[in-house]
Ligand binder design. Structure first.
Ligand SMILES: Nc1ncnc2c1ncn2[C@@H]1O[C@H](COP(=O)(O)OP(=O)(O)O)[C@@H](O)[C@H]1O
Ligand SMILES: [Mg+2]
Length: 353
């Protein structure tokens, strides 16, 4: 028997369109975020009247629709007749001022970037934008290693709206004063969805992604419940896909409880991102914490510095925060002692609840 003999044929798949389960997928409508999208629209509206736009910071926990809501607004703007430039940059991927400038040139179809320095690239961007408004979205802004680009763009571009997105409300307090006073951003909070809203979102995806009748209502309800518990719609999309793939592997025409249970048992490995997804600096810090368990944050910083680390204490604290938020490490505040309050760090294998 060949290894692939007992597989379902392509036309027998349980999926109708599995793209609809991709985390990057932008649906035609993004329900339950109408108010937030309206606020984003209001911030960019002045650009349509050739004024300068407002800047905003969007914050909220992971998987509550921040990215998809903003992308949806960008899509609508793109499809409208307004002549403005739209930029979307993920700072996890483009994490330095130089990379951001290169990316802006790239999105403007300017190819002759080789050997150009930051200020030359900025001049190119400015030149290509002359007279036109620009919406610049920087997603996962807290992942950027430096923020000079924010300073440069607020300073050098005239008609623009800058939209910053972060999972960490605390990041807002760390913005440099010189950038803050130029941005003067409005703040929009994305709160977690209610169970009813999670249901609305996931049921729509089930309709888009799967053939009719492959999901039982009670199993979808279970997915909604877990998704709501973890406050992260991505988790629901993951469970829907995993369970269906499990069913397909067994050539089952319907998804059964056992398939969902197996998918649920994989949640832990899903929630903890692989080390390999971390940037170099985070990995370096994580390795030090692994080697020095249950140490104070200040001591870990000293080891980091001894090893030649270049981050300031403030950036270091931000890295620690993000490692903790993503479930890589545990932090514990302790009081007292002669140095007052401090934080103890330890490596963890599972996501905190
Ligand atoms: N209101 C919504 N309607 C439809 N899909 C949503 C909604 N909110 C979140 N999603 C989906 O959930 C996933 C996570 O949303 P995303 O916007 O990436 O979250 P984050 O807040 O982390 O940026 C995405 O696949 C997105 O399409
Ligand atoms: Mg996002």
């Amino acid at each position: 028997m060949g290894l692939f003999d007992d597989m379902l044929k392509a036309e027998e798949t349980l999926f109708r369109n599995d793209d609809a389960l991709d985390f990057e997928f932008v649906p035609k409508v993004v329900p339950f975020r109408e108010g937030e999208q309206r606020e984003v629209v209001n911030s960019v509206k002045p650009l349509l009247l050739s004024h300068t736009g407002r800047n905003i910071i969007i914050h909220g926990p992971p998987g509550v629709g921040k990215t998809v809501a903003v992308k949806h607004v960008l899509k609508e703007l793109e499809e409208s007749d307004w002549d403005i430039n739209l930029f979307y940059i993920n700072c996890w991927k483009k994490n330095t001022t130089y990379k951001v400038m290169l990316e802006l040139c790239e999105q403007l179809d300017f190819k002759f970037t080789q050997n150009k320095k930051i200020d030359e690239l900025l001049r190119v961007v400015k030149g290509l934008l002359t007279g036109r408004g620009a919406v610049l979205v920087f997603d996962e802004i807290d992942k950027a290693e430096d923020y000079d680009f924010l300073y440069l763009l607020t300073e050098e571009l005239y008609h623009k709206s800058i939209i910053l997105i972060t999972n960490h409300k605390e990041w807002i307090a760390t913005i440099d004063d010189r950038i803050r006073s130029r941005l003067m951003p409005g703040v929009i909070e994305f709160k977690p969805y209610t169970l009813e809203e999670v249901r609305g979102i996931l049921k729509e995806r089930v309709k888009l992604a799967f053939q009719e009748g492959v999901w039982e209502d009670s199993l979808v309800e279970e997915v909604c419940r877990i998704t709501h518990k973890f406050n992260d719609v991505r988790l629901g999309l993951f469970l829907l896909r995993e369970a269906a793939m499990g069913a397909e592997l067994e050539s089952s025409p319907r998804i059964k409880r056992a398939h969902l249970d197996k998918a649920i048992s994989r949640i832990n490995s899903f929630m903890v991102k692989a080390d390999s997804q971390l940037g170099d600096q985070s990995k370096e810090v994580l390795d030090i914490i692994k080697e020095n368990p249950n140490k104070k944050i200040g001591d870990i910083f000293l080891v980091y510095k001894e090893k030649g680390g270049s981050m300031s204490y403030r950036s270091f604290q931000r890295k620690i925060k993000s490692l903790s938020d993503n479930g890589f490490i545990e932090t514990k505040r302790i009081g007292g002692g002669k140095e007052g309050n401090t934080t103890i760090l330890s490596f963890t294998k599972g996501k905190k609840e």
